[in-house]
Design a protein around this ligand. Structure first.
Ligand code: ADP
Ligand code: ASP
Ligand code: MG
Length: 407
């Protein structure tokens, strides 16, 4: 008998009817027959609603209590799904992340899975039960406090569990038919991709393609678990995220991200150690930096711009202003209204001229590029946030994305 790990996202379990249809889908898989572990997210906008509630109660940061609060969202779903499955005549049991043995670091809100002691999950399966696991959460074995894995973390729960249990299949059920050439909410003509490599998916996910959490793709790659991203509303084949794909697209997809802000430090002395004196304290404060651009030195000083998640902007600004004063820089400016647009494809490793095509398309639309960064298979540009939909659509049309390799 095969072991299948399935994950159902928030929209897929948004109300009682959908929970019942998810239960039926799980029962169908169980009846094939298979062993089934189902990871579930909070219902609909449940996590956002809990965050809003916390913000209404307190404007301070309460990392431990926030995790206690947010883990409740997934806990509601797991119990309801287990009830619905039992009502269909199939034994089912629900487990919190902690009960499922998901051990994490202690960093509240952004904990990382370090180990899964899946014996309770295995016991449930051995007893012939469907095991429902609350996504997005674990426990820090040192403090014994519950933790959350960051937004979209149920994807990571599912793939990590699939690896720990040596599952035969890992299926991510969501509200779209698979991974598309661009966010279908932004580009209605975006096309479903049949196959995408881990390497490309990691770049797309890190570039803002919210359909999979980047860490889930990392787990898939590290443990060799192919991930099938598919619709929870029908049985059609979705997208396979795997090591190798049949075709090597030059541009596989376009991602965009409006969740970052740009900080610029003006007239920083152009001397050794200045970048270290800025980025060390930012790292110590837990700020993750994405792009960094340092301008050409003029009269012994230079400007440095970098992007940070909006969620970390307050602390990043504070640290940056302190450092700017310490090194006698000219000042600091903040731009919240930026967006990052990335084009990704493994064929870029060998094909030249893709960057210039991207820049030409943006230029033809009079869209200014503020920052550029590249990897061997990705080109990203920072642009004004209010131009992002236009930029993604123009790139999608201009690069003739069709899931086929560009000629
Ligand atoms: P879930 O609740 O199932 O985890 P998410 O909202 O996290 O669902 O992810 C699915 C959403 O990701 C889609 O509704 C879509 O708008 C968005 N998305 C962004 N980029 C892409 C892409 N390239 N392909 C598919 N969906 C994408
Ligand atoms: N409920 C969590 C979130 O909204 C985790 C998830 O859905 O994957 O981020
Ligand atoms: Mg998600």
């Amino acid at each position: 008998m095969a072991l299948v790990v399935q994950k159902y996202g928030g929209t897929s379990v948004a109300d009682a009817d959908r929970i019942c249809s998810v239960a039926r889908r799980i029962v169908d898989t169980y009846s094939e027959p298979n062993d089934v572990v189902a990871v579930v997210s909070a219902m609909g906008t449940g996590t956002d609603d809990l965050i809003a509630l916390a913000e209404a109660v307190s404007d301070r940061s309460h990392p431990r209590e926030m995790d206690m609060l947010l883990t409740a969202g997934e806990r509601v779903t797991m119990a309801l799904v287990a009830m619905a499955i039992q009502d269909l005549g199939v034994p089912a049991t629900s487990l919190t992340g902690s009960q499922a043995g998901i051990l994490t670091t202690g960093r509240h809100g952004r904990a990382e899975i370090v180990e899964i002691r899946a014996n309770r999950v295995r016991e449930g399966l051995d007893e012939g039960k469907v095991v429902i696991v609350a996504g997005f959460q674990g426990v820090d074995p040192d403090s014994k406090d519950v933790t959350t894995l960051g937004r979209g973390g149920s994807d990571a729960t599912a793939v990590a569990l699939a690896a720990a249990l040596s599952a035969d299949r890992c299926e991510i059920y969501t509200d779209v038919d698979g991974v598309f050439t661009a966010d279908p909410r932004v580009v209605p003509g975006a096309l479903k991709i049949d196959e995408v490599s881990f390497e490309e998916m990691l770049e797309l996910a890190s570039g803002g393609a919210g359909v999979l959490m980047p860490r889930s793709v990392e787990f898939g790659r590290r443990f060799g678990i192919p991930i099938h991203v598919r619709s929870s509303f029908h049985d059609g084949e979705g997208t396979w995220v795997k090591e190798e794909t049949m075709e090597q697209a030059v541009v596989r997809g376009i991602a965009h991200d409006i969740s970052e802000a740009k900080l610029t430090v003006y007239r920083v002395p152009d001397t050794p150690g200045v970048a270290a004196s800025l980025f060390e304290p930012l790292a110590d404060a837990g700020v993750t930096i994405d792009m960094i651009v340092q301008n050409v030195s003029q009269e012994g000083s230079t400007d440095i711009s970098f992007t940070v998640p909006l969620a970390m902007l307050d602390v990043a600004e504070e640290v940056t202003k302190t450092v700017a004063e310490d090194v006698n820089a000219g000042g600091v400016s903040t731009d919240r209204e930026i967006a990052k647009v990335s084009i990704v494809g493994i064929g870029m490793k060998t094909e030249s001229g893709i960057a210039s095509r991207m820049f030409r398309i943006l230029a033809d639309h009079d869209i200014n590029i503020q920052m550029i960064s590249t990897s061997p298979i990705r080109i990203s540009c920072v642009i004004a946030e209010d131009r992002v939909s236009e930029a993604v659509s123009a790139l999608h049309a201009g690069l003739e994305l069709d899931g086929e390799a560009l000629q």
